[in-house]
Design a binder for this molecule. Structure first.
Ligand code: TYM
Length: 330
């Protein structure tokens, strides 16, 4: 039996965070043996906000380096840059024409980003989910591992695919989202009621994957908790402590009950240090490999060139079948 297909990706905007790592990359690494995986760097999606061109170019390569440093094996997975597989933009346009303004205007990410970038509410920001649907559907993905914040985009992808299939017959596999419970939504360290995000203005809110160990320790030590001084999971009343427990659980694979037991009678100071140490221990080897890879641009180029070639094979097959069905001469 052939393996099930996975596709996922990360935008090339900004520096990657612990949320991206635990919510996405770390799960991808765990899935690479069992599935046929396509992992991309979504640099076309990055254009929905303004970027300095040089920074966008560098970020694209940095994300590729993180993927590999974190353990994605380029020989086992197809790792590629979205813009290098032109089928994405082409199917993106086609799917724009099968996506309704009403459903797009309900997207939380659109509303959030439109509020944040009030001076640049461009059409791409609005139709963003149709391009994301194209990313997924081109590869006939069965499973899309993402953090919880992307689930709404996955739902609309399923709706678009079903709509298309109903009109033209079976064309797309209807993808399922995969969200890992322990890491589905890593929250900010300063504001544990909102998601840890690349675009946070308070840098103490976010652990960046490039942060030095001392910085990571300092940020965890400053993390907002509460006055109870008991390590107990209760998202509603103890969002800060619960978030730290979730991070610790995602990194160590210990259950919440095991963590409560481990830190029974311990104060927050010791707990925060232990969480920081676990994160540092996990990230340090990745950071070392990452720096080595960035010094080897020829190797990175080889990976993304081969990745795009592989990706194109399946993507062009799907796109051609779509075009035939809707009356576009191939
Ligand atoms: P992006 O770049 O915002 O985030 C990349 C991945 O990281 C996850 N994530 C988190 N998970 C848990 N806690 C957090 N605090 C956290 N922050 C981010 C996201 O859920 C995501 O899985 N639209 C996508 C990129 C994309 C894509 C795709 C994803 C483009 N095409 C096709 C899957 C399939 C995005 O902006 O993710």
């Amino acid at each position: 039996m052939s393996k099930k297909i996975i596709l996922s990706g990360i935008q090339a905007t900004g520096k990657l965070t612990l949320g991206n790592y635990l919510g996405a990359i770390d799960n991808w690494v765990k899935m690479q043996e069992e599935y046929e995986c396509y992992y991309m760097i979504a640099n076309l999606h990055s254009l929905t906000v303004r970027n300095d061109p040089e920074t966008l170019r560098n970020n694209t390569l940095k994300i590729l380096a993180i993927y590999i440093a974190a353990g994605l094996d380029p020989d086992k997975n197809t790792i590629f840059i979205q813009s290098q597989v032109k089928e994405h933009a082409e199917l993106g346009w086609i799917l724009d024409c099968y996506t309704y303004m009403g459903e797009l205007s309900r997207m939380t990410q659109f509303k959030d980003k439109a509020a944040k970038h009030a001076d640049n509410i461009n059409a791409g920001l609005f139709t963003y989910p149709a391009l994301m649907a194209a990313d997924i559907l081109l590869y006939q993905a069965d499973l899309v591992p993402v953090g919880e914040d992307q689930m709404q985009h996955l739902e609309i992808t399923r709706d678009i695919a079903e709509r298309f299939n109903n009109l033209y017959g079976e064309t797309f596999v209807i993808p399922e989202g995969y969200v890992r419970k322990a890491s589905k939504r890593i929250m900010g360290l300063q504001d544990p009621t909102s998601k840890m995000s690349k675009s946070a203005t308070n840098l103490n809110d976010v652990i960046f994957l490039e942060d030095e160990p001392e910085v990571i320790l300092k940020k965890f030590k400053r993390a907002v908790t509460d006055s109870e001084n008991i390590i107990r999971f209760d998202i509603e009343n103890k969002p800060g402590v619960s978030n730290l427990m979730q991070i610790y659980s995602a990194i160590t694979s210990k259950t919440i009950e095991e963590i409560e037991k481990e830190f029974e009678g311990s104060g927050y100071g010791n707990f925060k240090t232990k969480v920081a140490e676990a994160v540092i221990q996990k990230l340090e080897p990745i950071q070392i490999k990452y720096k080595e890879l960035l010094n080897n641009p020829e190797y990175l180029e080889k990976i993304y060139t081969k990745g795009a070639e592989n990706a194109r094979e399946l993507a062009s097959k799907t796109l051609n079948s779509v075009k035939e069905k809707i009356g576009i001469i191939v």
